[in-house]
Design a protein around this ligand. Structure first.
Ligand code: G3I
Length: 366
C-alpha cells in the first residue's frame, strides 16, 4: 500500500518540492549551516542511545555536542588514582559516529571538583606545587585521551566574579592567578590542535565583560592562543538586553578571538501555574519572540560566532527543572518543536550566506 505523499513526508521528515521530488526537511544545523554550528549539551541517556526519539532528534538537528556533566572533574576523575572514562568514552564515540563537532567541558572549575583535589594528608591544604602537579596530570590525562577527537575544550570555566575580578577559588588561593596560564599551556601541550576556550556566564553585564576582556588579554600576553570565548547564554525573558549581547560579542571580537554561545537557554516558567507541565500559548509566543530577538543578534554576528549550543535538548532535560517545571528550550517534553523553534528556523531559512567578495581581474590578488 502506498501512503499519501504528505503523510510519508511527515513521517520520514521529508519535504516535497514543487516537482514532486523529496528533499530533507530543513533543521537547525542546515538552516544555519552558512552561519555557525548549532549544538546541544547531552546527558548519558542520550549518548548511550537509550531513547531512540531523542537520538533521532539530536542527529537531525545538531552538528555539535557538549557533555552536560560527564567530563567534569568529579565525574571523570573522582578519586586521586581513579579515572572513570566509561561515560565520556560513550559521549565521544556518539559524536564520532554521527560526525559531530565534539566539545570538552571542562578542565578547571571551582564547582564539581572533588574536595581531595585541594587537600593534603590530615586535611591540610595542598601546596601550590602539588596542586599544579595534580592539575597538570588531570589535563594531560583527560585531554590526551581524546586527542584528535575532541575539537575544543572549555579549559577554565567561570573564573570571574560579577565585578570582573578573579574569583577567590581554591585554584586561585593555592596557586595564584597563574593557574589560568598553566591550564591553557598544558591543554595545548596535551593536544596542540585542539581549540582552547574560556567559558563564563553574565559577561553581558559591563563589569564582568571588562573582567573577561582583561582575562583574555592577559592570556594572550602570555602567548596563549584563545580560539574563542564562550558566552554561556543562561538568559531570562528580560535579561540581558540584546544591546548588551551585541556589545559583549563586539568586545571579544575586538581581541581577535571568535565567540560562541555555549549554554543557551531562556528561563521560562508557566506564569499562571508554576507547577504545570505545559505552557500557555501566550507564554509560548513570548518565548518565541525572545528567541527570535536573540537569533537576530547572533545572525548579525555570524562572522564572529562559530557555534550556538543549547544547554539541553528538550525542556524535560534542562537543569532549570530542579525546583519547578521550566520551559527554556526549543523542544518540549515530548521532543516536539515549540513555537520558539519555528521562530528560530524562520530566521535561519530567511538568512543567506554573505555573497563571496567580488573580484576583478585588475585586483592584485586575483
Ligand atoms: O549524578 C548524580 C546522581 O548520582 C545523584 O543521585 C543525583 C542526586 O542529586 O545527583 C546527580 O548529580 C547531579 C548532576 O547534575 C547530574 O544530574 C548533581 O547533583 C547536580 O548538581 C548536577 O548539576 C549540574 C550543574 O552544572 C552542576 O554545577 C547540571 O546538571 C548542569 O546542567 C550544570 O551545568 C552548568 C555548566 O556545567 C557550567 N555553567 C552553568 C551550568 C548550569 O548550572
Amino acid at each position: 500500500m502506498q501512503l499519501p505523499r504528505i503523510v510519508a513526508c511527515v513521517v520520514l521528515g521529508l519535504r516535497v518540492c514543487d516537482a514532486g521530488v523529496s528533499s530533507p526537511a530543513p533543521t537547525l544545523k542546515s538552516a544555519f549551516a552558512h552561519a555557525f554550528r548549532v549544538g546541544a549539551a547531552l546527558n548519558p541517556t542520550q549518548f548511550f542511545e537509550e531513547n531512540a526519539r531523542a537520538v533521532q532528534l539530536i542527529t537531525n538537528q545538531f552538528n555539535s555536542i557538549s557533555p552536560e556533566n560527564v567530563l567534569k572533574w568529579e565525574s571523570v576523575h573522582p578519586f586521586p588514582d581513579q579515572y572513570n572514562f566509561v561515560p565520556s568514552d560513550h559521549y565521544v564515540d556518539f559524536g564520532r559516529k554521527y560526525h559531530m563537532f565534539i566539545v570538552g567541558h571542562n578542565l578547571v572549575w571551582h564547582s564539581q571538583t572533588p574536595g581531595w583535589v585541594f587537600k593534603s594528608i590530615f586535611n591540610f591544604p595542598v601546596t601550590r606545587e602539588a596542586l599544579l602537579q595534580r592539575m597538570h596530570d588531570h589535563i594531560m590525562t583527560v585531554v590526551g585521551r581524546y586527542k584528535g577527537k575532541i575539537g575544543g575544550w572549555d579549559v577554565v570555566n567561570e573564573a570571574l566574579n560579577e565585578d570582573g575580578t578573579l574569583r577567590q577559588t581554591a585554584w586561585m588561593q593555592i596557586i595564584g592567578p597563574d593557574y589560568l596560564v598553566k591550564a591553557y599551556q598544558w591543554a595545548h601541550e596535551a593536544d596542540p590542535k585542539a581549540q582552547l576556550y574560556y567559558n563564563d556566564f553574565s559577561m553581558e553585564n559591563p563589569p564582568k565583560r571588562a573582567g573577561g576582556v582583561a582575562l583574555i588579554k592577559m592570556l594572550q600576553a602570555h602567548g596563549i592562543h584563545i580560539a574563542a570565548v564562550g558566552m554561556q547564554g543562561h538568559y531570562r525573558m528580560d535579561w540581558p538586553s540584546t544591546n548588551d549581547v551585541n556589545d559583549t560579542i563586539n568586545a571579544f571580537a575586538a581581541l581577535g578571538v571568535k565567540v560562541m554561545i555555549t549554554e543557551l537557554d531562556v528561563y521560562n516558567q508557566n506564569p499562571a501555574d508554576p507547577h504545570s507541565l505545559s505552557l500557555p500559548e501566550t507564554a509560548q509566543q513570548a518565548l518565541a519572540a525572545r528567541y527570535a530577538d536573540l537569533f537576530k543578534v547572533f545572525l548579525h554576528h555570524q562572522k564572529t560566532l562559530t557555534r550556538i549550543t543549547f544547554w539541553g535538548v528538550s525542556d524535560g532535560d534542562s537543569w532549570l527543572n530542579s525546583d519547578l517545571p521550566n520551559f527554556p528550550l526549543l523542544f518540549d517534553r515530548q521532543y516536539q518543536p515549540k513555537p520558539a523553534y519555528e521562530a528560530v528556523m524562520a530566521l535561519g531559512r530567511a538568512s543567506k550566506a554573505p555573497p563571496p567578495p567580488v573580484r576583478y581581474k585588475s585586483d592584485r590578488n586575483f
